[in-house]
Design a protein around this ligand. Sequence first.
Ligand code: NAD
Length: 318
Amino acid sequence: MANDSGQKVVLITGCSSGIGLRIAVTLARDEKKRYHVIATMRDLKKKDKLVEAAGDSYGKTLMLLPLDVCSDESVKQCFGHVKDRHIDILINNAGVGLMGPVESISIEEMKQVFETNFFGVVRMMKEVMPDMKKRRSGHIVVVSSVMGLQGVVFNDVYTASKFAMEGFCESMAVQLMKFNVRLSMIEPGPVHTEFETKMMENVAKMEYPGVDPDTVRYFKDVYLPSAIDVFEAMGQTPEDIAKCIKKVIESSSPRFRNLTNSLYTPIVALKYADETGGLSVNTFYNLLFNFGPLMHITMSILKCLTCSCLRRRTISPD
Ligand code: NAD
């Protein structure tokens, strides 16, 4: 499974920033030059940060193509530029966030999140699957989220889009295995990227039409400060996630699910420990509404404990 020069061809979506940019650079700068990276983004005018970070590898092991995962036309055009349409590894990274009381979010905005986070991935997989299945070889990686496994209050629609993708991929993995095509989900917790900045900017602009004052207060005064605490205490870097993805694609038996932050393992385990769902719903309720101050103190302690040297140890899988 490689191109003429023995390199694996890797196509990555959403490479103008954050995790996508970092995976593209990490693979393109691989010491043994094992990868030919096709880094894609909607608007090539936003390529500068990637090109700068790629250094010498740009034009050698890294090339750029425009790609909007929400457009059939754009996806077709992009694959038209890929030699023999041969992709060894597809990394579905492009995604958008959405946070806030559901009453203030239009159905159109919700559909846009699903269009990117769910149908964008499906569109890409449909494009690479026929060739991978024919060659009985390939690896599809999907950047999901811890929120694809556990619902989080006021992230209802984003969570739903990631759950949808988890369900789709869990089903697809079985069929693909028959064709020796691997499928791996990457499930990060909070990661410090523009994602977080963009969501906070959107929240600042929100006017909450149709939302009762109590809900607005719970969102702004209870949820948001606690979300910021969690990001500061538990947030990983895009480099952490890129390293984790590299390990997954280089593993001889890649795992289907890959939580990148082991601090989240107990949280995800809650829902499997009680099939009625009561344990996880009550725990999250208490954490937010009853133990808010305690949670703030816990997060502050965790922030001190997970200084950068310790945080590196939380990258899984090993
Ligand atoms: P980011 O905003 O820096 O990167 C997302 C990228 O996707 C951007 O470059 C954006 O331009 C691109 N994108 C959006 N819509 C697109 C489209 N229609 N076509 C092509 N590209 C498009 O944020 P990030 O944190 O690097 O996010 C990458 C992935 O990680 C997303 O799927 C996100 O859901 C997931 N994730 C992020 C976090 C986090 O806390 N940052 C946590 C868990 C999962």
